[in-house]
Write a protein that binds this ligand. Structure first.
Ligand code: FAD
Ligand code: FES
Ligand code: FES
Length: 478
């Protein structure tokens, strides 16, 4: 069944929006159409958290609450979900939600501009987590910036929360679930003033749409795509939203590989990959924020092909491959062949990334490092990843990849050649450092100078060597 209207739960009712503008953000919907001004606009690019709202989704008869940045999510993505904004937290009798009371009691707000965003991030934490330790709190608010209060009172407020007290949403849960169930999942097709939007729910439906709309652009989490609208002030004329295809939201694990479906959010992936490659998880914990990772995908990071896409050097050193598909056929490509120029890939019109396959190397040492100006919510200047085995003090099977060092994320083949079959000694590391100059001729830009990049690349190799030699992590945060 095809529909051109979006239905979602808002204020305990099903709200229907007929033929919405596919480029309207949820933030604009809230402020301009619903006339609720608690949710703020700061950066309009997902970086400050002032616009944070919570989206409830029904998963196996349970509502999962995800904080998202409403400034970079489109209204259309609300189909079948519950939208919760800061105004919804206050009870009908005017009393505050426990998260709001805690912020008042611990003086967590000064000018108040960031406060609704913090409240919504903490509300999602309150609903989803079983304990509120410092690590959980800091991660939950890593995507929220406050320029005046400072974070300690906010963290103290969060620590004071009592998990065991049921809030109004718990008490109302049955009603919300029945409302969510009433919105039957549909394939969406919108045509609004020459802007087209499709949201298929199955791969078969997706292929039918691609066949007739080969020039349409894919959108998953939209954390890169939406900036075309919010920052470049352009329209996306024809898009296919992939994140409502449940068949593509999966992680398959076996002895040989981990397979990640195209629409799997990073937050789900980071939990699984931790078992195999803890450093992959550590990098993802510093990837954007919880709001970003709740919707952003590995496939989106790969297709964007940014030279500083954080997952890319890691996937390259792990020899990952991707399955791409169009309406006719499926092809498997090693990732090392996929990036062909600055933000250019082998993807042709109508081809989508169906899945990513990451080999499981049980005996290997895997290390990854991200260098950025801030620890949280910042893009890399340089990212490095090392995947190797050491047998009888000799290096075997080494794969090294860097981001931020060339027009594409890239393997360091000269450096690998220098190290392969060598003794794992300081002398050889010095020579291998030098060989990185053959692998990379980085550029100066706003994030780092070329000299800084090459020095950092060399230092990260030394760091990897030192960590392996001393069998300990040398990290600022882990
Ligand atoms: C505030 C903020 C912080 C960020 N921090 C980081 C960071 O720390 N590290 C980092 O690497 N990135 C970061 N990003 C960039 C972005 O979040 C990632 O690149 C993300 O993984 C993109 O995934 P997405 O699902 O949101 O992609 P989308 O925005 O939906 O799409 C991105 C591109 O991929 C294409 N695409 C999406 N899915 C598919 C598919 N299945 N098949 C084919 N093409 C597809 C789209 O057409 C588009 O060209 C950040 C972005 C923001 C806004
Ligand atoms: S307005 Fe800054 S994250 Fe949305
Ligand atoms: S209270 Fe002013 S920005 Fe946070």
């Amino acid at each position: 069944m095809l529909s051109n209207s979006i239905k979602f739960v808002f204020e305990d009712k099903i709200k229907e929006i007929k033929n919405p503008d596919p480029n309207e953000t949820i933030l604009n919907l809230i402020r301009l159409r619903l006339k609720k001004t608690g949710t703020k606009e700061g950066c309009a690019e997902g970086g400050c958290g002032a616009c944070t709202v919570v989206v409830g989704e029904l998963k196996k008869d349970k509502i999962i609450y995800n904080a998202i940045n409403s400034c970079i999510a489109f209204t259309t993505s609300l189909e079948g979900k519950q939208l919760l904004i800061v105004e919804d937290l206050i009870k009908k009798d005017g009393s505050l939600h426990p998260v709001q009371s805690a912020m008042v009691n611990f003086h967590g707000s000064q000018c108040g501009f960031c406060t609704p965003g913090f409240i919504m991030s903490l509300f999602a934490m309150y609903k989803n987590k079983t304990s509120y330790d410092k690590k959980t709190i800091e991660e939950s608010i890593s995507g929220n910036l406050c320029r005046c209060t400072g974070y300690r009172p906010i963290i103290d407020a969060a620590k004071s929360l009592d998990k065991n007290k049921a809030d109004q949403f718990k008490k109302n849960e049955k009603k919300t679930i029945s409302l969510l169930k009433k919105i039957r999942p549909k394939n969406i097709c919108i045509n609004n003033e020459s802007k087209k939007y499709f949201a298929p729910r199955t791969i078969d439906e997706l292929k039918k749409i691609i066949k007739k709309n080969e020039n349409a652009e894919f959108i998953s989490g939209g954390t890169d795509m939406s900036l075309i609208v919010t920052k470049q002030k352009k329209d996306i004329k024809n898009m296919i939203y992939l994140n409502s295809i449940d068949e593509l939201n999966y992680i398959k694990e076996n002895d040989k590989y981990i397979e990640v479906g195209g629409t799997t959010p990073l937050i789900k992936f980071e939990f699984i990959i931790k078992k195999y490659y803890p450093d992959f998880n550590r990098i993802l914990k510093r990837y954007g924020s919880v709001q970003i990772r709740n919707v952003a995908t590995l496939a989106g990071n790969i297709a964007t092909a940014s030279p500083i896409g954080d997952s890319l050097p890691l996937l390259l050193s792990l020899d990952a491959s991707i399955t791409i598909e169009d309406f006719k056929k499926k092809t498997v490509i090693p990732l090392k062949e996929f990036f062909i120029g600055y933000r250019k890939t082998m993807l042709k019109k109508g081809q989508f990334i169906r899945s990513i396959r990451i080999p499981v190397f049980k005996k290997n040492i895997f290390k990854a490092y991200k260098i950025s100006k801030r620890i949280d919510d910042d893009i890399s200047s340089v990212c490095a990843s090392f995947n190797l085995t050491i047998v009888n003090k000799k290096i075997k099977n080494i794969k090294i990849a860097y981001g931020g060092m060339a027009a594409t994320p890239k393997r360091a083949f000269y450096c690998e050649k220098m190290l392969l079959n060598s003794n794992f000694s300081e002398d050889i590391i010095v020579k291998a450092q030098k060989s990185l100059e053959k692998d990379f001729q980085p550029i100066d830009d706003m994030r780092a100078s070329k000299n800084y990049r090459i020095e950092i690349a060399k230092n990260l190799l030394t760091k990897c060597f030192a960590e392996i030699k001393n069998n300990k992590l040398i990290r600022l945060s882990y």
